[in-house]
Design a protein around this ligand. Structure first.
Ligand code: 13P
Length: 253
């Protein structure tokens, strides 16, 4: 049985004061469930310490939204896996579509980031997903297959709990149009098969979560699908009430 996982990706939102308050609200409402399911908050870099302070003593975990693949050196503006661990992060989100598309991150950069992060002891949520155009042309699986293969080839994973794949169809992000549970399941079961070609038996034990307009209303039906092990939540994670409600549903099993 794979442990469910709900992660809140706050993106470029929340000043330190607001972030601490939101984290406190999430811990107060969901802390009791954090043994049963993995609950993760991913604030912007500037609020990692403020949120980390609120998470101390709880089992809610801290994630960064990005990382660089080198450990130190002349890389102005970048932050290494070791620095994230030092700042209290146990997780990092890698290859989010906003980074791939707006910041021009390539599959090779994603692969290097995953390798460096795992090596530094961070756990990784790697995002994949097709564009609206790829979907319209019937190329969803082809697009996702290429991303998964390029992300995972040559990566060493000891513990399947250390790697999570987030299926985030780009047309569903921030649009209010989520994939139907059946659509998400179709792609996520394909992702598990693709991962199996690379990781072998471990693929049955890694978690694959869905992201894209997840909210309190649609989470239950999404989680009813066998290959949807949780959610990467954007907009709905910015309010303690909606984040808590999603976590509570995930905790029901
Ligand atoms: P929304 O939940 O706002 O659609 O964002 C999804 C996402 O990109 C999470 O990483």
């Amino acid at each position: 049985m794979r442990k469910r996982l709900i992660a809140g990706n706050w993106k470029m939102n929340m000043l330190r004061g607001e972030a601490g308050e939101l984290a406190r609200g999430v811990v107060e409402r969901t802390g009791g469930l954090a043994e049963k399911i993995d609950i993760i908050l991913a604030p912007p870099f500037t609020a990692l310490d403020a949120v980390g302070d609120e998470l101390r003593g709880s089992r809610v975990m801290l994630a960064a939204q990005n990382v660089f693949w080198e450990e130190r050196g002349a890389f102005t503006g970048e932050i290494s896996p070791g620095m994230l661990a030092d700042a209290g992060c146990s997780w990092v989100i890698i290859g989010h579509s906003e980074r791939r598309h707006i910041l021009r991150e390539t599959d090779e950069m994603v692969r290097m980031k995953i390798g460096a992060s795992l090596k530094a002891g961070l756990r990784v949520i790697v995002c994949v997903g097709e564009t609206l155009g790829e979907r319209a042309e019937g190329h969803t699986i082809k697009a996702v297959d290429a991303q998964v293969v390029k992300a995972l080839t040559g990566i060493d994973i000891d513990d399947p709990g250390d790697l999570v794949i987030a299926y985030e169809p780009i047309w569903a992000i921030g649009t209010g149009h989520h994939a139907t549970p059946a659509e998400a399941e179709f792609v996520q079961s394909a992702i598990r098969e693709i991962a199996g070609n690379i990781l072998g038996d471990l693929a049955a034990r890694i978690r694959i979560v869905y992201g894209g307009s997840v909210n309190e209303e649609n989470i239950r039906d999404l989680l009813a699908e066998p290959d949807i092990d949780g959610a990467l939540v954007g907009g709905a994670s910015l309010k303690a009430e909606s984040m808590a409600s999603i976590v509570e549903t995930a905790g029901e099993q």
